[in-house]
Design a protein. Sequence first.
Length: 421
Amino acid sequence: MRFTNLLHHLSPELLEQAYYALNRQAKPGVDGEDWARFGEDLPARLADLHARIQSNRYKPQPVKRVHIPKPDGQQRALGVTTVEDKVVQQALVWVLESIYEVDFVGFSYGFRPGRDQHQALDAVYMAITTRRVNWVLDADIAGFFDSIDHDWLMRLLEVRIADRRILRLIERMLKAGVMENGRRSKQQVGTPQGAVISPLLGNIYLHYALDRWVQQWRQRHARGEVYVVRYADDAVAGCQYQADAEQLHRELDARLRRFALGLHDDKTRLIEFGRFARSNRRRRGQGKPATFDFLGFTHICSQRRRDGGFKLKRISMAKRLRAKLHQIKHVLYRYRHSDPHVVGRWLHRVVQGFFNYHAIPDNHQALQTFRTAVNRYWFRALRRRSQKTADLPWHRFQRLVRRYIPTVRVLHPYPNQRLRV
């Protein structure tokens, strides 16, 4: 079914809901206008915006490009859109989600309502521990959001959308251009990371380029069991047979190249992994099974203490943990002269936020290492405030630690307990 009349859903009421759903602390775009300033005369502004959308006079402004450091030392380019463009994009996302959520496959977890990273991690855990998975293809698409082909994307959108006004609106968003260092440049490929609509457009692109294809492939060509979990441009495929895994690797790369994409050579690996990987490799005189990273966790073939059986161990990625500690250390030394209680409240939010994501079973040691390092950096920063605080005793500092730094405890159950119904 193709939808021929969608633009009327972008009503003033939906635009107002989109405005209040935005992040109020986000940085302003190229016009320098933040969330609060945009809402000073909100009814009149939304009425004017709605009129321009309906009369085809609305034109998105360029995206301001900023760069943030990545854990591997490289720079990640993010796009900061204006508040007005965010309002339109958020309203459009809600309209499109009502169409595509019916189509999206079950193993797609990224940026979808009611789904999150831990559900994707649970799906990987259950597939490896309860199914016939002996080989794992850890696939990463190289520069996905920067490589999306606009022509292909518009053709894929036309499969379900026949309203030319909606398609024209999306095309204008894609071709709005980028503003960097005061210079505007056209954008022929890609969709800005950080834009409200980019995750949904990425899911639509991969739904046709990868998800539907891999569903058909494992039904027609795989000799054994194949399980797939995808979160945005990161995917993990568990295969029963090595031949299936190797064939999937080859044909997946060829399939993505048809859509102007490609697998990342350094981050895509095919490894022997699963319940029998340790024993099989020991019998062949090989070393321990390799590990793979997915959504911030390193997955390891381990053993249960009580009986020596297989155990899938997941710990926080070392480079992610080091990068977070480096960021905290820099802030602590920069604001070491601030009120310790103000800094303590900030540290509580940061550490608790880290624990909220990483506090899974078997990850206690990594979390304790993180907490100890935070305490040590804070202690050193306080002792360097002045010569008077250079002799700050440890027992006095521990009062601050007990008050502001959360203790380590598991916040997420084992996946088989979470999924038990």
